[in-house]
Each structure stands twice: as C-alpha cells, then as structure tokens.
Design a protein around this ligand. Structure first.
Ligand code: GLP
Length: 250
C-alpha cells in the first residue's frame, strides 16, 4: 500500500487525476470504477480540464460506479446517476453505452446485483477503482460490519452515514434507507485501488485504514491486503498517522 500525503485537498485531487489519466493513457479501454461524494469532485474537475485542454480521451473507457441509493430515480438530483453525469460524464467524451451505474429503481434488486457482477467480469474486471471513505470507515456503501468478502448487494445505511449524507438533502428523513453497493470483495478484485480522503473528519478513518487491524468494523481496512492500493490524502486526513510516509513534496 502506497500512502501519499499531499499539502492540501486540491493537491490530493491533482495527484488523483494524474493517476487516473496515466491509467487511461496506458490502456485507453481501461475499465474504471468511479466513486461519488464530495471527495472526488475536484479530481473530476481536473479530469475534465485534462480532456478539454490536453485531449485526454475517454472514448474507449468503460465505467462502473460503486453504488446508488435505492428508490431514487436517475433524474433525482441526489441520485448518483445524476451526480456522475453532472460532475463528470457530460463534460467528457465517454460513450454513454459504456457507463454502468447501479439501478436504484430496479424491480428485482438481487437479480440486478448478480447482473452487475457478471457485467464487470465480462469486461475482464476493473482496472482502476477510485474510492472515497466514510468517516465511519465505509467504502462505497459497505457499512461497518460488512462482510469483507461481500459482493454487489443491497445494504441498509447506518445512521451515521445517513446523517453525513443528509447535507445533500433537505432533511435526514429524505436520505434513502437502502443502497445498492459493490461489495468489499468486488472492490478488492479491482487490479488497482485509488483511495482519496481529505479533512480532519476523515483522520480517524484513515488512521484505522492505514495502521489499524483489518476488521469488518472498518471495511476500508481491507485495502491493506491489496497489492496495488494507493492512498492519497491531505495533511489533515493524515494527522493521526504515526508511521513515516512519503513526503508530500516528492
Ligand atoms: C458516500 C459514498 C461513498 C463515499 C462517502 C464519503 O457514502 N457512498 O462512496 O466515499 O460517501 O463521501 P464524501 O466524499 O462526501 O465524504
């Protein structure tokens, strides 16, 4: 696991974008796993800039998103479909038929989840999976207590996650109670992981993820087992770490 500590969250985003761009340049038909949340927003802005100014070509990539709220229509402004199109996809030359985001309105959710797993496999798996992290150590919507071998499925959202995400809704009661999420096992099968975190409210989760014991209480801790995981964090998110990590200036 490579831990890169950057001066601030903007530097974190630039580094993240550089790593995603490098992946796409090396393999133009890369399968990229995308994440939502406020953390990757600035990185997505930089990827859009790279597309517009430098011609970074997304036309052959295939995308799979980590998760989606159950019950939100893709046109709902807080759905992850809407988020991805507004904040990235509509600004780049991705082929819409290559975009995959869990269907929160699926009639048969377990059938949909099996289909999603098969679809990922049909492309040979995910080359690079972008991840954020919840303040409680969740990845995607794999809440504390999630099985570390879990696959794409429906999860009940914990009170902490609903509270954290209520900032995007009018009130907490509007935050859906369930989500479809790639499992921890699904995420771990990606060939590379890129986990981003910034801010003091992520410092405990990062401490547990990088230096704590691996446990279902903090699903993100499993990334310690991944052979090609890169953690890009700002100084605030790194503030609880005790180990020596690569200097942000390197
Ligand atoms: C949500 C998403 C996660 C994301 C997390 C952190 O719960 N399902 O994929 O990592 O929020 O979000 P933020 O980046 O806004 O802190």
């Amino acid at each position: 696991m490579l831990v890169l500590i950057k001066e601030n969250s903007h530097q974190m985003s630039l580094e993240g974008a550089l790593q995603v761009a490098t992946q796409i340049k090396l393999k133009p038909d890369s399968v990229i796993g995308f994440a939502t949340g406020s953390t990757p927003l600035d990185m997505y802005k930089e990827l859009i800039r790279m597309h517009k100014d430098e011609g970074l070509d997304f036309s052959k990539i295939v995308s799979f998103n980590l998760d989606e709220y159950v019950g939100l229509h893709p046109t709902h402004p807080e759905s992850y479909h809407y988020f991805m199109w507004e904040n990235l996809f509509k600004h780049i030359n991705i082929n819409p038929t290559n975009v995959h985001i869990p269907m929160g309105m699926a009639d048969n959710i377990s059938e949909f989840c099996n289909w999603y797993e098969q679809k990922i496999n049909s492309y040979g798996g995910i080359d690079l999976q972008i991840l954020g992290i919840g303040a409680n150590g969740h990845i995607a919507f794999n809440e504390p207590g999630s099985s570390l071998g879990s696959r794409t499925r429906i999860k009940t959202l914990g009170q902490k996650t609903r509270l954290d995400n209520s900032r995007f809704f009018n009130e907490i009661d509007e935050v859906p109670q369930y989500a479809i999420t790639m499992g921890v096992g699904t995420i771990m099968e990606a060939k590379k992981l890129l986990l981003l975190a910034s801010g003091l409210n992520k410092a405990d989760a990062i401490k547990a993820t990088v230096e704590g014991p691996i446990m279902a209480k903090y699903p993100a801790t499993i990334v310690q087992y991944h052979r090609y995981a890169t953690i890009i964090i700002d100084k605030e998110a790194a503030s609880q770490l005790e180990g020596e990590y690569i200097d942000s200036s390197l």
